[in-house]
Design a protein around this ligand. Structure first.
Ligand code: AMP
Length: 146
């Protein structure tokens, strides 16, 4: 197709860009920090969503939050990894959107967040939208429309 033909739109919704929940590494709020550390390490992601048993979005857990929680005054308190639960440490402030939210809202939120959680009207987790996929869409749009 020619460069002048409009191939990419920024007006579409975000559902096509979303990574579905089944492919997202998550932990539950009742999991131990040890389990969360394992999932974070094995997945290679620095932060992942925290859900409850009903798959509702509760927060985010990251490697740095876990390290901060187990860091005592003089040493790392490793026993806390099995004693403490994710819900005690997670960040409850999560950047989120609905599945039918606009691309522009996603773009705006992604300025400050590497990924956004997508939830339905019951706050049930559906997936994530990464800054990477938003930037790729903007890049394609600029490539074919300028
Ligand atoms: P990326 O744009 O692929 O580098 O992802 C940015 C951030 O989104 C990662 O650091 C993770 O925090 C999160 N993320 C991306 N993909 C996944 C996934 N499949 N499972 C959990 N978190 C993810």
């Amino acid at each position: 197709m020619g460069k002048t033909m409009k191939q990419v739109s920024l007006d579409n919704g975000i559902e096509k860009l979303m990574i579905p929940g089944s492919k997202v590494a998550i932990v539950q709020e009742g999991n131990s920090l040890e389990h969360a550390l394992l999932v974070l390490t094995k997945s290679g992601y620095s932060a992942i969503p925290v859900l409850d048993r009903e798959y509702k979005l509760k927060g985010l857990i990251s490697m740095s939050l876990i390290l901060d929680a187990i860091l005592g005054i003089e040493k790392i308190e490793y026993e806390k990894l099995s004693e403490m639960k994710v819900e005690e440490v997670m960040n409850r402030k999560v950047a989120w959107m609905r599945e039918n939210g606009s691309f522009f809202r996603g773009l705006e939120l992604s300025i400050n967040h590497p990924f956004l959680c997508i939830v339905d009207e019951n706050n049930t987790f559906i997936g994530i939208l990464t800054r990477k996929s938003i930037l790729a869409q903007v890049h394609n749009y600029l490539k074919f429309n300028t």
